[in-house]
Design a binder for this molecule. Sequence first.
Ligand code: XIL
Length: 396
Amino acid sequence: MRRRDFLAGMTAAAGLAAVAGPATAGAATVRSGAAQTTARAAASYPPADSLRALAAHVNLRIGMAVSPFDIATTTPDYNGVLKSQFSTATPENAMKWDAVEPEQGVFDFTDADEIVNFAEQNGMLVRGHTLLWHNQIPAWVTTGVSNGTISASQLKEFAFQRIQTEVSRYRGRIWQWDVANEFFTDTDPSMINPQDFWIQNLGEGIIAEAYRLVHQVDPHALLFYNDYNIAGEDGTNAKHDAAFAFVQGLLEQGVPIDGVGNQGHQDTQYGFSGTFQQDLAHFASLGLKVAITEADVRTFVNANQIPTDSLAPSAQSYYYTQMLYAALEVPQVISFTFWDESDNPNVSWVPGTFPGEGAATLWDANLNPKPQYFAVQQMLNLAAHAAPHHVATAPF
Ligand code: XIL
């Protein structure tokens, strides 16, 4: 039935409507006379056929993981692609604990400030990422905890001091915060990972306390739980079930949580989840918002980042558009973020993390758009001109 909407949309998609400029990219189609003039003046930027402009028709924000490199580089034009194609920014590393407090008590927000300022200048909302995660904790913390010079109560004090400092610095400027990240393992998702750094040292209650603190400091930010393989990518849906029960438990305790992010890291060797859309809708049934937070689709590649299987790119396009289709079909999905701007091994996290795999993004290593980009663009174009079934609440 929904597909019919898309097909009907295709015939309606003869021409593209004027699209709001950066400052209003998240708003629905502009209707008032004065606003129409503004929209026309800004119609060329971002381009009407950009991902962000097409998605603005259906109130979906399109995001990118952002590093200082992306902002600084204009040849090829990472900066230009970023601001013309995306309406949200997630600092890829700049807001993680090791980045903001490399030495005890010495905070450094240089990169995070740069990214937040860039986002605001270009009409992009910011996804804050991330406050409680077992990775990218500064060495002074992990060393101190393992050699016993940092006690459990000190760990909690330092962690909450950092959360307080960071969240208050950006109060009112963060759309969504990934408060807790990746608390389940793939091997046994039946419970929160008892070996997780935070759980092992401070117990499960630390998670609820963190949400309460962030909400107290920045009451308008939407607070998310973020994880990967929680929309059926594991083949059994066990991780989804665990994450669902976990967030349901938080809600029952009155913990201020507003949404669930499925990272969306896909790999062509594992097949595409048969329950992706159903699982997003399941999270939404709890009254939560939903986001795809780190979408990429990796595959096996040669040394030049070229897929070893000539059919891989079409599979990757399929995975991307299936994820996006599901997001479009579930009205509570408010944003869809891609993880990394090109296949350049210095830009994409995939080649360094999954040896032998890569080609995971929408742009090749020289920042040329790949078929995956055009597949995503086409899906958004159909959605933009189809029946208005994606009615996500506008941010703020
Ligand atoms: C990755 C970054 O992309 C890399 O640059 C960094 O070296 C490691 O972290 N899940 C997450 C992200 O929540 O923060 C991770 O980002 C990718 C997996």
